[in-house]
Design a protein around this ligand. Sequence first.
Ligand code: NAD
Length: 418
Amino acid sequence: MADSVFQMALKQLDEVAKKINLDPNIHNVLRQPERELTVSVPVEMDDGRIEVFTGHRVQYSSVRGPCKGGIRYHQDVTLDEVKALAAWMTWKCAVVNIPYGGAKGGVKCDPFKMSTQEVRRLTRRYTVMIMPIIGGRRDIPAPDVNTGADTMGWIMDTVSMFEGRTVMDIVTGKPIELGGSLGRREATGRGVMISTIQLLNKLGKNPKDTTVIVQGFGNVGSVAAELLSQNGCKIVAVSDVTGGFYNSNGLDIPDMLKYVETSENHLLEGYKKGGTEKISNEELLFSDADVLIPAALENQITEKNADKIKAKYIIEGANGPTTPEADKILGHKGSIVVPDVLANSGGVVVSYFEWVQDIQAFFWDVDQVNESLEKIIVKSFDEVWSISQDKKVDMRMAAYMIAVRRVASALKQRGIFP
Ligand code: NAD
């Protein structure tokens, strides 16, 4: 049987533990989430029925600071997946050295089959159910798959109603008017773009001679595609859950972005443009290009398809898109994978900026946000790259070596309570 997502996250941790000779006691502590909460979320649907959804919030580690991580609404959400995502958040915050631990939340539901009112009621009830464990200095949620600024605004309002005051630092990724940060919406995609350009620089390659495929055209994928095309890369294929599009001369990304602004559920389905052919998601992964950016869901590149992937450089926009077995196959082929914990860290970095701005009630302009983001991603990329070169390990191992060492060292210094 294939590994569960959390088993996959543990395998990655176990490998790095071996590599850095991690104290087995510390290793054992880091293999378990600190806290797991499962809640039932009854929602009155528009037709009067009451549907009961299941939600989770997992706090993996608070060793380096308050827990931090997004909330996902998806029909495939499981506690196992939320645990894996919470573990990855822990390593991600440590790689980019921001003062947070890791958490994640999710509700098993299909928001595309629900009205906005139903999703709002679900969000408010889920918020109240996890309220005992979240908080601006405890655990700060953010958007993930199928949640966005609106969702975060409802969470902020719900907590504020209970506390009888405006509580901005409870959640990040909020609308700008409610204490959100300029640049937060684009931050993850921007970080993916910066990571891609950094890799091309290290390899002495020109973005103008680089072709790119993007899987997933949501928050992360669409912004990464847009910014990379602005940097001169040719985006030859993109896809979403409804399928993909290919054009060897480069897709018209601004035109596609305009299309999804008003299309049903912001999906690419029905998009038409001369010279652009329709392809399946599978064909997209195997298309000819220099760079592949998986920016949809986990477990996309597996031992079943890794061999067929032609792109030599994989920049992980999504969390956990490559299985450990696929990682090995890609490594043998000489491909370079810029791991999720580094490549998609732009979102949590600007979430951190948002939280800092909320606490200070002093807001930055977009240039300050983007420049500060770039500084952190470039520095972290350089640290990961040099460990990977010095120790002759792949970039995922290098990133994990940095992250796990940081978390382990904080844990050692705090000691085990009591
Ligand atoms: P999103 O909901 O905005 O977009 C997801 C996209 O993937 C959509 O275009 C959807 O149609 C597409 N998709 C879903 N299933 C697919 C499939 N089988 N094949 C092809 N496309 C498919 O979500 P997002 O916020 O862009 O998140 C995407 C990934 O990035 C997730 O793994 C998420 O955990 C990760 N991530 C997001 C953020 C963030 O700030 N939003 C930060 C870090 C990591």
